[in-house]
Write a protein that binds this ligand. Structure first.
Ligand SMILES: NC(=O)c1ccc[n+]([C@@H]2O[C@H](COP(=O)([O-])OP(=O)(O)OC[C@H]3O[C@@H](n4cnc5c(N)ncnc54)[C@H](O)[C@@H]3O)[C@@H](O)[C@H]2O)c1
Length: 351
């Protein structure tokens, strides 16, 4: 079966809860799920003014619940009213520098928010599949390419809070017989239109390009597993569907492109695709430490899904630039986003 057919077959008519649906990845995920015919519910903080959620009017395609994952009673009330069959947990404080500034809030949201969600699943019947989204940064520092069995001990408060979320999820999986299929997914930096986060290279490039200013790279020589957002979400969707059918697959998975890319190379691709973005003197390491080379091994997931798409990064950047230019031109971004999704999953590309 082709990729889109698999996704549509798995999610059509299903009740799906997405936490963090007002964010970048959540907004794309909800539009895919909606296109697949799922009944989509979201739980997150209010959307930012310039967010993809608002630009795409995503409140029209899902049932929107505003709430904090740190508030167990509110989350439980929503969870019980939704009675989801599939759960995608994306809500998080997702930024390294914010983690250094606000470590307590970061642990509360990323660790206890995850525990609160797991408790909702444990205390209610009906879920078939739960996916907890963490990050490639959950591993302890090492020069090696990280595999799933490697030690978890993220270096900074954000990364470490996600390592803790991994441990909590693994503990629920082994402690409670009858807990629905539960996996964690560790992806690197996702590239795609609509990311408006601070301190991330792609939104930094977009902001600089729109302001006609040079972009300053924080860690030009750092190497990261940059990959297209739709590749990452395809992996999430396939895994969540597959483990619902085969619960023994529930585990931890890296979601990785075949090779990493340096931040400087990514910025150069962006500059060429945009046309004329200048890259200013490459600053190095004026912010708190981030590891220089972060590479994860994606073979475990690739063995399960040999046909997982790996969009060339140049194409991912081109799609991103066209999305951001459409936004700047005032296009209707819900329809534009659906067009990129349809083209990505189109039969010619995924035959
Ligand atoms: N974007 C990436 O490149 C990337 C890379 C690795 C991991 N991740 C992970 O993917 C997930 C989604 O990331 P994103 O880039 O879409 O982030 P984002 O900042 O765009 O979205 C975060 C979402 O979480 C919600 N949220 C934050 N704090 C919350 C709270 N206390 N209660 C309820 N909701 C809350 C926000 O409202 C928003 O909907 C996160 O778990 C992040 O750690 C993202």
């Amino acid at each position: 079966m082709k990729l889109w057919e698999k996704i549509a077959a798995a999610y059509r008519g299903k009740r799906v809860l997405v936490t963090g649906h007002t964010g970048f990845k959540g907004s794309w995920l909800c539009r895919i799920l909606h296109a697949a015919g799922a009944e989509v519910f979201g739980y997150a903080l209010a959307a930012e003014q310039q967010s993809m959620f608002r630009l795409c009017s995503n409140e029209r395609i899902l049932t929107h619940f505003e709430g904090d994952v740190r508030c167990f009673s509110r989350l439980k009330e929503v969870y019980d009213s939704v009675r989801p069959q599939f759960v995608f947990h994306l809500a998080a404080q997702p930024l390294v520098l914010e983690g250094y500034r606000f470590p307590r809030e970061t642990y509360e949201t990323n660790l206890m928010g995850t525990v609160n969600l797991l408790e909702c699943v444990r205390l209610s019947a009906g879920a078939e599949s739960v996916l907890i989204v963490t990050t490639d940064k959950v591993y302890a520092e090492s020069a090696r390419i990280r595999k799933e069995g490697d030690r978890l001990d993220g270096a900074d408060p954000y990364s470490n809070s996600k390592s803790c979320a991994e441990l909590a999820a693994a503990c629920y999986r082994r402690s409670y017989a009858g807990f629905p299929a539960l996996s964690t997914v560790r992806a690197g930096n996702a590239i795609g239109g609509g990311d408006c986060a601070a301190d991330r290279i792609q939104p930094d490039c977009v902001r600089a390009a729109l302001a006609q200013k040079p972009v300053v790279l924080r860690h030009p020589r750092s190497v990261r597993p940059y990959q297209y957002v739709l590749d990452v979400l395809s992996a999430y969707l396939l895994l969540a569907a597959e483990q619902a059918e085969h619960p023994h697959l529930a585990s931890a998975y890296n979601v990785a492109p075949p090779r990493g890319t340096s931040t400087a190379s990514l910025a150069k691709m962006f500059s060429r695709a945009w046309g004329g973005l200048r890259i200013a003197g490459e600053e190095e390491d004026f912010s708190p430490a981030e590891s220089r080379r972060l590479c994860i091994n994606g073979e475990k997931l690739a063995k399960l899904f040999p046909d997982l798409p790996h969009t060339p990064l140049r194409d991912a950047v081109a799609e991103t630039v066209s999305w951001e230019k459409a936004r700047a031109a005032g296009k209707e971004m819900g329809a534009f986003t659906d067009g990129q999704i349809a083209s990505y999953f189109s039969e010619e590309r995924r035959a």
